[in-house]
Design a protein around this ligand. Structure first.
Ligand code: ADP
Length: 185
């Protein structure tokens, strides 16, 4: 088979993506992604919710990882969560968009998906990385999340399913509109 033939079209890959409104800690998927900070020792927002739900063992294993650079990702067990793994990635703090924020955010999705594939993950769920305390505008961030994910899925059979989990209804609406536009394209 040629490369072109083995590559799924991005249109076909959209069917491997779904949207969920709610709390990512409740999801029964193989891996959930944490929007962590460089210390990996826990924080606010989704990071705090994941550490609370996973229990204290998560912080212990994270402490042994020696932190994580912005744009990179590391994997741990998920302990008390329904998921099997937590993939911790560190999104950029948004300043003005001219400080490598788009590249770093794209890298979070690429590195997380690559780690998932290496670990045989079938289903993975992402929060809106950097869109809370780190201030990334949701429209621009969602474009990057969807684009990076579709590109990865086009070349890789795993993960089979990717969920974007949005706590806020307004964020859910942004993803819904962008995916609808992609389906029509
Ligand atoms: P960052 O520091 O990367 O901006 P935050 O945790 O502050 O991370 O916010 C990232 C996104 O996660 C925001 O869109 C926020 O609404 C969302 N969020 C917060 N808690 C949860 C949760 N329990 N499940 C899913 N998303 C969440």
């Amino acid at each position: 088979m040629t490369d072109a033939a083995s590559r799924e079209s991005s249109h076909d890959c959209i069917s491997r993506i779904d949207l969920v409104r709610g709390d990512i800690t409740r999801l029964d998927v193989d891996a959930i992604v944490n929007a962590a900070n460089t210390t990996l020792l826990g924080g606010g927002g989704v990071d705090g919710a994941i550490h609370r739900a996973a229990g204290p063992q998560l912080r212990e294993v994270c402490a042994a990882l020696g932190g994580c650079a912005t744009g990179d990702a590391k994997i741990t067990p998920a302990f008390r969560l329904p998921a099997r793994y937590v993939i911790h990635t560190v999104g950029p703090v948004y300043r003005d968009g001219a400080h490598r924020e788009p590249d770093l955010l794209r890298s979070c999705y690429e590195k997380s998906l690559a780690l998932a594939e290496e670990n045989g993950v079938n289903s993975i769920a992402f929060p809106a990385i950097s869109c809370g305390a780190y201030g990334y505008p949701i429209d621009a961030a969602a474009q990057i999340a969807i684009d990076a994910t579709l590109r990865f899925l086009a070349d890789h059979p795993l993960p089979r399913r990717v969920s974007f989990v949005l706590l806020l209804e307004s964020d859910y609406g942004v993803y819904e509109r962008l995916l609808r536009d992609r389906r029509r394209a």
